[in-house]
Design a binder for this molecule. Structure first.
Ligand code: 13P
Ligand code: SF4
Length: 302
């Protein structure tokens, strides 16, 4: 393992590369990353790093967004099959149909989406800024794509606007059930339940805190409570435990595992850094269209 880590350090210097990693990747990948964070933090960092190459340890939409925001940089994906199924769960035809129906429609696109969907959207959001951005939009009618659960959560916080939902979902978060949460609460009665808004409404209703992966980590770190039940992908446990060695973290049912995030390995990182394989390419046309909602997000989230 140390040999692999040393090789990565060497390659970072040789290639003037930085490694960005989402909290859901394996612990050993988070250990060698220069920047670890939630989707919003990583998209912001991607615009700020001074490097020729970004190695993005996450799923396709993350690497794609980094490339769109930084066309002059080389973006490498350690595994090009690491893709988020939810990113594809919306239809362009439906967007066009609703645009014809509502003159005042804002298509709000969760960053967990393909570049093509972003091209047809007005603004991107992440779980950490969706509420703030939707509130600021001048539009009354909101078509929230692709995640229905996050859309419903945001709608509950912005009741003054009319939402139209789309039936996309994250299979990892949507698999958490209220029964699992209730059972975990019975076993750990002193624990607070912290959950990601990609979970179903019935699960969110049981929460003490709802937020993005960074939000969950920050909440637990600032809290004077000692026990927490975590309703998100198990990768966050690495940062939670590192920052809070005196606190105990449980999961609701078996730990939630995103099979695509877990495809990233140290060996694959070395391979793409050595060979330049799996470089992210986005056509100029797609870049131009998809960049606008991403830039608008960065601006509106300030
Ligand atoms: P955040 O890290 O922005 O909370 O997103 C969670 C997620 O599912 C990323 O794929
Ligand atoms: Fe997609 Fe869910 Fe995996 Fe995030 S955790 S990449 S939303 S499948």
């Amino acid at each position: 393992m140390n040999e692999l880590k040393n090789r990565i350090e060497q390659l970072k210097k040789e290639k003037n590369a930085v490694i960005l990693a989402h909290y859901y990747v394996h612990d050993e990948v988070q250990e060698i990353a220069d920047y670890i964070g939630d989707s919003f933090y990583l998209s912001k960092v991607a615009t700020q790093v001074d490097a020729d190459t970004i190695v993005f340890c996450g799923v396709s939409f993350m690497g794609e967004s980094a490339k769109i925001l930084n066309p002059e940089k080389t973006v490498l994906m350690p595994d090009e099959t690491a893709d988020c199924p939810m990113a594809h769960m919306a239809e362009i035809e439906r967007i066009e149909e609703l645009r014809r129906e509502y003159e005042d429609l804002a298509v709000v696109c969760y960053i967990n989406s393909t570049a093509e969907l972003k091209c047809h959207s007005d603004v991107c959001v992440t779980s950490s800024n969706a509420m703030k951005i939707v509130k600021k939009l001048p539009n009354q009618h909101i078509f929230f794509i692709p995640d229905e659960n996050l859309g419903r959560y945001v709608a509950s916080k912005v009741p003054e606007k009319h939402f139209i939902f789309n039936d996309g979902y994250c299979h990892v978060h949507a698999s958490v059930t209220p029964e699992q949460v209730k059972a975990a609460k019975e076993t750990h009665p002193n624990a607070e339940f912290l959950v990601h808004p990609e979970c179903k409404t019935a699960v969110l209703e049981l929460a003490d805190y709802i937020g993005s992966t960074s939000g969950i980590i920050d909440y637990a770190t600032a809290s004077d409570k000692k026990e927490f039940i975590v309703g998100t992908e198990m990768g966050v446990l690495y940062e939670l435990k590192t920052k809070n060695p005196d606190k105990t973290f449980f999961t609701a049912g078996a730990p939630q595992c995103c099979p695509n995030m877990k495809k990233i390995s140290l060996e694959k990182i070395i391979h793409v850094m050595e060979t330049g394989e799996n470089e992210v390419h986005v056509s100029d046309e797609v870049r131009e269209w998809a960049n606008a909602p991403l830039e608008r997000m960065l601006e509106m989230a300030k």
